[in-house]
Design a protein. Structure first.
Length: 287
């Protein structure tokens, strides 16, 4: 009897939308000890008439790695791209609600998008080095800003931080396109680091890489988080478990709007999910 009652309650809860109030209260208490780099409040996102994100509330803590997980199409990429206004390039895309970086609104009309993208760098699923030399890729951002006096030093430091220096130091003038996929992805990270951003967004940065390169990128994230705030989208649950301090589980409502269902310390989300929808996803029962 009890089992049956429990099951019915679970099913009832699975048809709920958004984040449960008790889960929300817990995470607010947890985050009280963190400084918050990015804060999203009641955010909706539309592609034309389609509402891809609904009522998103999320706080991304400073100098932590936050993972965004959830089934395909639930809006992870859409959400992460809000933070550096990548959606500006998409016709018909529009945002309602608030997303703030250190308290500064990023979605408003008056925002200096070039400056915003300096502060919030992005790494995509497919490595996208520019068709130029390794050196010129890393020097690209600093040169745009008026080359610093010690450009060689900036390039070296960025490549070292991206754990690529030893592999490329003798061929900096070679084409970046001659590097392997894993090296290209670290080069792209070096290019992002060269402009000294505050936040690094990574949208499935290792999904096109072999296991060794994947581990290198993961180690890199752990090294970088003392200086940067990192948000990573991943479909790889082990990866989320290994690299992230916090995890947001996103899901689609029955109307296909993307929502944040649960957010918390990664160990809690994986070992003691509060919401049955989270548990179903991480145990592989849907998505
Ligand atoms: N440029 C676009 N125009 C119209 N709809 C879009 C556009 N980009 C994404 N969408 C829609 O928005 C929803 C969320 O897409 P998004 O790419 O953010 O999902 P995702 O969680 O990153 O998925 P995946 O895990 O497959 O990468 C989907 O229904 C998708 O079809
Ligand atoms: Mg995506």
């Amino acid at each position: 009897m009890i089992a049956r009652q429990e099951m019915e309650q679970t099913v009832e809860r699975i048809t709920e939308t958004g984040m449960r109030d008790d889960v929300r209260r817990d995470i607010e208490a947890e985050l009280a000890s963190e400084s918050i780099k990015l804060r999203v409040t009641d955010l909706d996102f539309y592609y034309g008439r389609f509402r891809a994100l609904k009522g998103i509330n999320l706080a991304i803590p400073t100098n932590r790695v936050t993972a965004l997980i959830g089934p395909s199409g639930c809006g992870k990429s859409t959400l992460i791209r809000v933070f550096n206004r990548m959606y500006d390039l998409v016709p018909g895309a529009r945002v309602r609600g608030s997303a703030r970086l250190d308290g500064d609104e990023v979605t408003g009309r008056g925002v200096d998008v070039v400056m915003l993208r300096r502060r919030v760098g992005m790494v995509f699923q497919r490595p996208n080095p520019f068709p130029m030399s390794i050196y010129d890729n890393v020097a690209y951002g600093p040169r745009l800003e008026g080359a610093p006096r010690d450009l060689d030093g900036v390039v070296e430091r960025s490549l070292r931080s991206a754990a690529l220096w030893d592999e490329v130091k003798d061929r900096l003038k070679d084409s970046a396109l001659a590097l392997s996929g894993g090296q290209q992805q670290r080069l792209v990270i070096a290019r992002v680091l060269a402009v000294e951003p505050e936040v690094i967004l990574m949208d499935e940065p290792a999904s096109a890489l072999d296991p060794i390169s994947t581990l290198k990128i993961e180690d890199l994230m752990t090294d970088l988080k003392s200086r940067y705030t990192i948000a990573i989208v991943t479909h790889n649950m082990q990866q989320a478990g290994r690299v992230s301090d916090y995890t947001a589980f996103m899901n689609m409502s029955s109307e296909r709007h993307g929502e944040v269902v649960e957010f918390g310390r990664t160990a809690e989300i994986f070992n003691r999910p509060r919401d049955p929808r989270t548990e179903a996803y991480i145990t592989g029962r849907f998505g």
